[in-house]
Design a protein around this ligand. Structure first.
Ligand SMILES: [Zn+2]
Length: 334
């Protein structure tokens, strides 16, 4: 074996060794993470197509749960976490607990989860920065306080774990654990935490989504908002229409009682009426006596659970009844 061949072989061996080391690192970053937020160096090219797929999946899940309005606004913590507090276990725990109690009501969930911080990595699954656990009614988010923890890193870890709980509570989790982790990151962005997730990136070892992917999620989110806002406004119109219908129904029923009381006292109109007006009045009187006025109000009440057109239609019907009753009241008034 000459010198050149030996040098060539050495290069080959080094190359093989390097590949083995690199593959081992990558595979440990790509599997066995379960429901955890792993702190594993994970460098790969951004996969924007996969990211958009995850976005679509998360959006569909929110739609199914009737929670798409969560996509309309960015969430901001009132509790401030300082870099100094990130060095102190007790202080960091207290701040994160307070932050979690702001996040849960934002997600329409009871604020009843305890945050436990630890410096001992063995309390969490290997490589994890955080984990969500529950046993019976006790729910816990455990977070590892690493020496180089920053407010952005801890906030993003909390968002990630909170997103796991969110998916779990609304029964939206995916069975496949890698898929579920990707979904968890994207869902955290969709429900209001996208800025927090993006900000954490320089400090986070990006186990599931990397920065360009988080930015793609944010871009998709901003693009989806106008149409969602329109849908939400329609929903808001429906809620307002229902409130109005309830109010008008109550008013209509009060008028019905008033008119009945009026008729009981005096059975003939106080004013001179035209033949047409008189015929109309007789119809209303009949409707009052045979109960069809009250029946129309009862029918309208049933539309409260219907769509906007049904509610508006019912409201029109209530207001028509009210109009007839009011005409009658005017005629009977002295
Ligand atoms: Zn996770």
């Amino acid at each position: 074996m000459d010198e050149n061949t030996l040098a060539y072989l050495v290069v080959i061996v080094i190359f093989i060794l390097f590949s083995v080391i690199r593959n081992t690192r990558q595979s440990s970053g790509g599997s066995g993470r379960g429901g955890k937020n792993a702190r594993i160096v994970y460098s790969r090219e951004p996969d924007l197509e996969r990211t958009r797929g995850l976005f679509g999946m998360a959006e569909q899940k929110l739609e199914k749960a009737g929670l798409t309005d969560l996509m309309l606004q960015d969430f901001h913590f009132r509790t401030q976490l300082s870099p100094a507090q990130c060095k102190d276990l007790q202080q960091a725990q207290a701040q994160l607990q307070s932050m979690l109690m702001e996040m849960l009501p934002h997600l329409h969930l009871l604020p009843d989860i305890r945050v436990i911080m630890t410096r001992d990595p063995s309390e969490l699954i290997h490589g994890a920065l955080g984990q969500y656990e529950h046993s019976g009614s006790t729910k816990t988010i455990r977070i590892l306080l690493v020496p180089d923890a920053t407010p952005a890193l801890l906030a993003a870890t909390l968002c990630h774990e909170c997103s796991h709980y969110f998916l779990y509570s609304y029964i939206l989790s995916e069975r496949d654990s890698d898929m579920n982790e990707g979904l968890t990151e994207v869902m955290a962005c969709l429900v209001g935490f996208s800025e927090i997730m993006i900000q954490s990136n320089p400090n986070r070892d990006l186990p599931y989504l990397n920065r360009p992917e988080f930015e793609e999620v944010r871009r998709c989110l901003l693009a989806a908002r106008p149409a969602l806002q329109q849908k939400y406004d329609q929903k808001q119109n429906l809620l307002n229409a229902r409130t109005q219908l309830k109010k008008n129904l109550a008013g209509g029923r009060a008028m019905l009682e008033q008119t009945r009381a009026m008729i009981a006292v005096s059975r003939s109109p106080k004013k001179k009426l035209s033949r047409g007006e008189l015929a109309r009045l007789q119809q209303t009187l009949l409707a009052l006596e045979n109960g069809s006025c009250a029946e129309r109000l009862n029918q309208a009440e049933k539309a409260l659970s219907g769509d906007l057109a049904a509610v508006r239609g019912a409201d029109d019907s209530v207001l028509a009844v009210c109009g007839e009753l009011y005409r009658m009241m005017l005629a009977f008034q002295s």
